[in-house]
Design a protein around this ligand. Structure first.
Ligand code: SAM
Ligand code: SF4
Ligand code: SF4
Length: 374
């Protein structure tokens, strides 16, 4: 009996498209210590729970592309909460100890707190709780923070690109007040969803004049502000290198008014370079994915809304784990596929792009951030 011919969609070179996708012939039990081709462990899993969003950030879902005719995924295509939890448990057995829910806007997914409760019940092989977190644009945070906390979410990261209403709107192309995002931050802090990070993507000529106001505003708050270089993710944002404000420039600008000192990373693989204010009050992070790539210790896997595994934010193809879930595959079989894919991983797009910015950035086919999750 031919039980499984698995439609693993894959255009990666290590599995030529003509090879029929099959399960590994030898099934292995996960050791929790898996490493890829470049020796990088599998520690983080980002799960996109929806490809929809109520914002249209110009760097992520430009309205001209994501318009009223855009075909978002139908509900049946989405992984169910049970499917997400089943996969998450297999990733945890391989060594994942941090799970981030993202999207699209994750708080738009109905009953997200039910999923959070299911994920927060998972334990690492040595019995520890997961670091369970979520990235949100903050628009629904004030309303949902308490339910998220009660369900077991540990903390949140909130995206906020400006304090000035007009500039905020120019970045997110939605009619939404800054004050409501700030209220979301406040409620999240009150209910204990901290430490809370605030992500600001900086796009030259659009919101770079907000760097100092944001630094001043968040300096004496419980929130850690992080400046993110505008990335060439996806194919729809029309990315150009001259719209990137390098982190070094951001640091230099802040230093003119608020002296800072660099701080050591909290852990291996931390994406942000940390800087502490010299007066001892507060710190910021700089995420330099374009000018100082950090692929060498990237331990992140990404699961798309419809259950494809991406081993890099800039991958052009994913591996269809949903097909395995919806076939007769056992946990051990799916786990072996995950192990096989991670071991074969050699992605380091940002490092290659840093070496050849103009050559790589535009022509390559890449998946959209709102689909794969940031
Ligand atoms: N909707 C949620 C939000 O905005 O926080 C979660 C999904 S969003 C794709 C995750 C993160 O990716 C956000 O902090 C967003 O600012 C960031 N992001 C999206 N497109 C980006 C780009 N082109 N360059 C850098 N960061 C980007
Ligand atoms: Fe939506 Fe987040 Fe993308 Fe902005 S960055 S369009 S809020 S998914
Ligand atoms: Fe990781 Fe790919 Fe980003 Fe490099 S480019 S840090 S490998 S996701």
């Amino acid at each position: 009996m031919t039980k499984k011919v698995i439609p693993l969609i894959d255009s990666r070179s290590f599995l030529p498209p003509s090879l029929p996708p099959t399960l590994p012939s030898i099934l292995e039990a996960p050791t929790g210590l898996i490493a890829d081709e470049l020796g990088r462990p599998l520690h983080d899993l980002r799960i996109s729970v929806t490809d929809r969003c109520n914002f249209r950030c110009v760097y992520c879902m430009p309205r001209a592309v994501f318009d009223k005719d855009y075909a978002f995924l139908p509900h049946t295509a989405l992984l169910s909460f049970e499917e997400i939890t089943r996969l998450a448990s297999l990733f945890v057995a391989h060594g994942v100890h941090k799970i981030r829910l993202t999207g699209g806007e994750p708080l738009l997914r109905k009953h997200i707190e039910t999923l959070i409760a299911m994920l927060s019940a998972l334990k690492t092989p040595d019995g520890k709780e997961l670091d369970l977190t979520l990235t949100t644009n903050g628009s629904l945070l004030a309303k949902k923070a308490q339910a998220l906390k009660d369900a077991g979410l540990k903390r949140v990261t909130v995206s906020l690109d400006a304090l000035d209403e007009n500039i905020f709107q120019r970045m997110n192309d939605a009619d939404f007040p800054v004050s409501e995002v700030l209220r979301g931050l406040d409620v999240a802090h009150q209910v204990g969803l901290g430490p809370i990070k605030v992500n600001m993507v900086v796009k030259r000529g659009v919101n770079d004049q907000e760097i100092l106001p944001m630094a001043r505003y968040f300096k004496n708050t419980p929130y850690i502000l992080r400046f993110i270089e505008y990335m060439d993710v996806g194919a729809s944002n029309g990315w150009k290198m001259d719209e990137v404000v390098p982190s070094a420039e951001v640091a230099q600008l802040i230093q003119t008014e608020l002296p800072m000192q660099p701080v050591a990373a909290n852990y291996l693989g931390e994406t942000a370079q940390r800087w502490r204010y010299a007066d001892g009050i507060g710190e910021i992070g700089l995420i330099s994915s374009v000018t100082q790539a950090f692929c060498h210790d990237c331990s992140r896997a990404r699961l798309s809304t419809e259950g494809k595994l991406y081993t890099c934010l800039f991958a052009s193809a994913g591996h269809d784990l949903r097909a395995l879930l919806r076939s007769e595959c056992s946990d051990q079989e799916i786990s072996s596929v995950i192990g096989q894919l991670w071991r074969a991983r050699d992605d380091r797009y940002s490092e290659l792009r840093t070496q050849n910015t103009e050559g790589l950035a535009s022509p390559r086919k890449k998946v959209e951030m709102s689909y794969i999750g940031g």
